[in-house]
Ligand binder design. Structure first.
Ligand SMILES: Cc1cc2nc3c(=O)[nH]c(=O)nc-3n(C[C@H](O)[C@H](O)[C@H](O)COP(=O)(O)OP(=O)(O)OC[C@H]3O[C@@H](n4cnc5c(N)ncnc54)[C@H](O)[C@@H]3O)c2cc1C
Length: 431
């Protein structure tokens, strides 16, 4: 057990229980604790632990780190990046993150082994009580079906336990077992991705100051062949890179491909000096997981439970980014919970809690709907080939595309591109 994890006699009741201490859960717990709310953060694993991810953080995620009081300077050991390098259609374009009032102009890369531990620590420093080794198995409900706590199996002995709170925030990731236990299944009309990643030692690519994104993947076995999916190479600054690829369910290859072989085949086509062709440079196995996108689980509030991050299907369909959205929804859920707890149980409190899905839909609903259309379009290889061929050589257009895909605009007083993107997301239906 870590030094930042609760030990000794254990509180079994709180104002809010947060299920899962990934970025979404830790952000929610931090913002609740900052308001003086008694929060119990329950996590089934022990920190530090691995989580399958690309480890890339855009300025949107950096803003959330800053809101949690985390020093993201290079002095504090972070590797900052300046933007995105996009490779495709025979073009290699370096696009700097936009200069905006609302977001910093740099991104970061950090392994989740480190990152999630750090966020959980911040929540504890703010006053949250973290308990690891607690596997939440389902809700405790009153006679009206309202959730008043959680059932769990605790520690290596898996002893049964119950924790009580008038509100529960579920941030249990893509598996979403907690919302599932309440009957909230995944929506099939929303995009879904699958991605795999692997670490490699690479002296050449480890200290990159751009996040590298590949729109076209070539097969080493058959260089004339384009492989399905999109790839990334993110330098970690510690001699290693995080390399991976993702496929969307709008692609014909979705579910019919061996993603591990696909990764090896693509990496076989990269320059030998990068070291990514060589099994001896690999650090650990290729691991994968699903990316639940575009609000693929709703409602985001029901019966005393607020859904945060992957649990509520909040990965951005346009770029596969999920950390920023988990942290942002965690903060939004915390703010709403604080207001709700100040009201008596009943209709008044319910009214306050309904603000959470309403806010989410206002902030991301229209954008995600456009994302859904985007995913369908790029699922067609012909459209993708044309877009890459004719779009990539247009720097101004690509600047716009970067803002759109990374969801980086100023809501007020931005430039013409910001106004177009904000206008589009406002007119798109948000449900
Ligand atoms: C291969 C891959 C690459 C990706 N690359 C990126 C990227 O580069 N950048 C990016 O922003 N996003 C990326 N994503 C998406 C990102 O990983 C997720 O969107 C993000 O982790 C969501 O955070 P979360 O807090 O909602 O859930 P998670 O990070 O999944 O955290 C959930 C937590 O809940 C715990 N938990 C689960 N069930 C229980 C239970 N029953 N009881 C107690 N605890 C429980 C888990 O142990 C975990 O700690 C990638 C995803 C994949 C699969």
């Amino acid at each position: 057990m870590n030094d930042h994890v609760a030990s000794g006699p254990v509180a079994d009741e709180a104002d809010v229980i947060v299920v899962g201490a990934g970025p979404g859960g830790s952000a929610a717990a931090y913002h609740l604790a900052r308001h003086g709310v008694r929060v119990l953060l329950l996590e089934k694993t022990e920190f530090p632990r691995e989580k399958v991810c690309g480890d890339g953080l855009t300025p949107r995620a950096v803003r959330q780190l800053i809101r949690m009081g985390i020093d993201t300077s290079e002095k504090a050991g972070w590797l900052q990046n300046r933007g995105l390098r996009v490779i495709g259609g025979g073009v290699r374009l370096e696009l700097d993150w936009p200069e905006l009032a609302s977001f910093p102009n740099y991104g970061l890369v950090r392994t989740r082994m480190d990152f999630d531990d750090m966020l959980a620590r911040r929540a504890v420093e703010a006053g949250a009580l973290l308990r690891t080794g607690v596997n939440v198995t389902g809700p405790v409900q009153n006679d009206d079906g309202y959730v008043i706590g959680v059932e769990a199996k605790v520690g290596p002995g898996r002893e049964p336990a119950q924790f009580r709170a008038p509100l529960v925030i579920t941030a249990d990731g893509v598996s979403g077992k907690f919302p599932l236990a309440l009957g909230l299944t995944k929506r099939d009309d929303r995009p879904l991705g699958v991605a795999v990643r692997r670490y490699y030692h690479s002296a050449v690519k480890a200290d990159d100051d751009y996040l590298e994104s590949w729109l076209e993947l070539r097969s080493a076995q058959d260089p004339a062949r384009l492989l399905p999916g999109y790839g990334w190479i993110f330098g970690l600054g510690d001699g290693r890179v995080n390399v991976g690829l993702g496929i969307l369910n709008s692609s014909d290859a979705f579910g019919k491909t061996n993603y591990r072989h696909l990764l090896t085949d693509w990496l076989g086509s990269t320059p030998a000096e990068w070291g990514l062709r060589d099994e001896a440079n690999a650090d650990g196995p290729t691991l994968g997981a699903a990316l639940p996108m575009g609000f693929n689980r709703v409602p985001h509030y029901t019966r005393g439970v607020l859904l945060v991050g992957d649990s509520g299907g909040m990965v951005n369909p346009m770029n596969g980014e999920g950390i920023a959205y988990a942290m942002e929804s965690g903060e939004m859920a915390a703010e709403v919970a604080v207001q709700a707890l100040a009201r008596p149980f009943g209709p008044e409190r319910e009214r306050a809690l309904q603000a959470y899905p309403a806010e989410l839909s206002l902030r991301f609903g229209g954008y995600y709907r456009i994302g859904g259309i985007f995913v369908k379009l790029i699922g067609n290889p012909q459209i993708m080939r044309l877009a890459t061929k004719y779009g990539m050589p247009q720097p101004l257009l690509m600047k716009f595309v970067l803002k759109l895909l990374a969801n980086l605009t100023d809501p007020r007083g931005g430039d013409a591109m910001d106004r177009i993107i904000n206008g589009l997301t406002k007119v798109a239906p948000s449900a």
